[in-house]
Write a protein that binds this ligand. Sequence first.
Ligand SMILES: NC(=O)c1ccc[n+]([C@@H]2O[C@H](COP(=O)([O-])OP(=O)(O)OC[C@H]3O[C@@H](n4cnc5c(N)ncnc54)[C@H](OP(=O)(O)O)[C@@H]3O)[C@@H](O)[C@H]2O)c1
Length: 369
Amino acid sequence: MTMTYYTLGNSGLRVSRLALGTMTFGKEWGWGADRDTARAIFDAYVEAGGNFFDTADLYTGGTAEAWLGEFIAERGLRDMAVIASKFTMNMQPGNPNAGGNGRKNIMRAVDASLKRLGTDYIDLYLMHVWDRLTPAEEVMRTLDDLVRMGKVRHVGLSDVPAWYAGRAQAIAELRGYEPVSALQLEYSLVERAIENEFVPFGTRHGAGIMVWSPLASGLLSGKYRPVQAGNTGRLDGFRNSTHPGFQKFTERNWAVVAELEKVASELGRSMPQVALNWAATQSGIATVILGATTLNQMQDNLGALDFEIPAGLRDRLEEVSRTPAPFPYSYFGSHIQGRVAGGATTGDKPSGYASPVLIEGEPASVSTS
Ligand SMILES: NC(=O)c1ccc[n+]([C@@H]2O[C@H](COP(=O)([O-])OP(=O)(O)OC[C@H]3O[C@@H](n4cnc5c(N)ncnc54)[C@H](OP(=O)(O)O)[C@@H]3O)[C@@H](O)[C@H]2O)c1
């Protein structure tokens, strides 16, 4: 396979389109890989040309960061590696300031991550989750301080509302802080909500979208069935759970899985490869973060960009997975644009300019005559 690189967001940081997720490094959470397997997954990724590693302080209680740092050091890859890590989650029971997005926790968390990773800088440092409290001003100012201190090179946001990301980026621009270069969000054939707000925001305002759970925690590998006996993988442990990130067994999702299975069979590719290829080649998506618990899975996934999904098959995946645009996006169509344009025929931007946000099912040009 050939790994291609691109610059992340508006930054000059070159990263591979497939990133390596490390949430599965370690068995502390019950569904990860042991050290030897994690090392084999890491080696396969590096040997395929990957340079973009995603981790977080929280993952497997710190094991993921520690192993990633060790694997990178053992191969002498620190200059080559682009390490993304995250703060927000609390790992000190009873200490409310050892979590969240306040300045005190960010300063504590970055030093703890640097220590576990065995490095003196993080290439991309992301707020992991919106804590619903800390103002964007405090977060962006603190992240900018970390850049100026040399502990961090670039900054990003994960799992935030789009209005918060827009505000954070505007604050950074107006105050000369380090801008948001990356957004990390869930996206897959069964979770397409980010298309409405984050894709237009990211592509227009310089934040590359890094996709997490592109296989919906394994659902899109096809290994799960509506009625199933025995333990197949990560999602089995959540069949009776109310955790919002793992509610994947729905009628709609089973229909997506069934169509994906047919499309993959017609393409002669595995279901994970087709699902990953689809996510990576959707409009505005910068990077897909690969997750695996075995070397075979990683080898399969690393072949995800070696082919194209023909238009007809892509249309079928679109048809089964499309979600209706919510308000106000449902409101911006030709019936409104005609009234905006005052009867004139309006068109797209001239060639070479960013396109306007298109409403699903609407043509780019609107003739109102
Ligand atoms: N920012 C955030 O909030 C956030 C949240 C989640 C994840 N992430 C990042 O995104 C990365 C990827 O997330 P994810 O692990 O949820 O991704 P995913 O691709 O949706 O799920 C990965 C899981 O799917 C199964 N799988 C993967 N490849 C397979 C294959 N070829 N054949 C069969 N099964 C396969 C494995 O599960 P089994 O163990 O069941 O086999 C694997 O652990 C994480 O490592 C982390 O870095 C970020």
